[in-house]
Design a protein around this ligand. Structure first.
Ligand code: MN
Length: 274
């Protein structure tokens, strides 16, 4: 299995500054690969070492934004066609919409989304235009099945949520009885031919991960996230999206290190068969 790590520094229409997060993570990722190539001691890294390639898109001119959805969808389509394992690291969460749309077209896909927010916001003070907080309402394709884990939403009604999400497991439900909260999800994940994990960094608690633009309290600890990822992990995980890392609020690269560690952990998980 080949892995393609795509760094897609998009941050229009919400969380300005998160594009810098995607680019920082690209640097850290490349540094990790280079360190591993230089290492003379036997380590675990060669299991994935030669199979990972990095692609970085740049938005450097106004024109480069004009057809961002079309271009990014074409890139996702190529990843899915090649059946590469992929990382899709973007700026704001809206930058993951092309992945959702292409998964919708190929079908048989389940998205497990870790996010403090349910991105179907329609509140009076929210824009109706496409944004990082409502992008699920703007998909041009019928959405694939989406499961949210870890939201702390207090306002959206369950009927409205059910129109867009297959299931949602709030942080509150998780903390009440994690096993019970996850049981219906685990079944769905087992049945899905293709699973894509979508990690919005603000699913983590702001005390553990301050580098986000829209922090919500009562979030997951990194250990809880790790346990949940482990629970739903399988060979059918086709890719992992990461978004909403805002380095302007990072402290001594704590959050950058968290994401870099997680990326390497997931690579090892993908390549080291138990
Ligand atoms: Mn969010």
């Amino acid at each position: 299995v080949k892995t393609t790590a795509v760094f897609f520094p998009f941050d229009l229409f919400g969380s300005a500054g998160t594009s810098a997060g995607a680019l920082l993570l690209a640097d850290a990722f490349r540094e990790m690969l280079a360190d591993n190539r230089r290492e003379k001691t036997l380590t675990r890294a060669p299991v994935y070492g030669g199979d990972v390639r990095v692609r970085e898109l740049r938005f450097e001119t106004p024109e480069s934004y004009s057809d961002w959805r079309k271009k990014s969808r074409a890139l996702v389509r190529r990843l899915l066609d090649r059946e590469d394992f992929f990382f899709w690291v973007t700026g704001n969460h809206l930058g993951v919409l092309p992945v959702y749309e292409e998964l919708s077209l190929v079908g048989n896909s389940l998205i497990v989304q870790f996010d403090a927010h349910l991105d179907i916001h329609n509140f009076s003070d929210c824009t109706q235009q496409l944004s990082h907080g409502n992008f699920l309402l703007h998909a041009t394709e019928p959405l694939p099945d989406i499961i949210n884990i870890g939201n702390r939403d207090l306002l959206l009604t369950s009927d409205y949520v059910a129109k867009h999400y297959r299931t949602t497991v709030s942080a509150e439900l998780l903390c009440r009885d994690e096993g019970k909260a996850l049981a219906p999800i685990i079944q769905r994940v087992r049945e899905a031919p293709r699973v894509v994990l979508d990690i919005d960094c603000d699913v983590l608690d702001p005390t553990c991960f301050p580098a986000v633009t829209h922090p919500v309290p009562f979030g997951l600890t990194p250990l809880t996230l790790l346990r949940l990822l482990d629970t739903i992990w399988s060979d059918r995980v086709a890719g992992v999206a990461i978004s909403e890392f805002y380095p302007g609020r990072d402290r001594d690269d704590q959050c950058l290190a968290t994401l870099a560690w997680l990326a390497e952990h997931l690579l090892l998980k993908r390549y080291e068969k138990a």
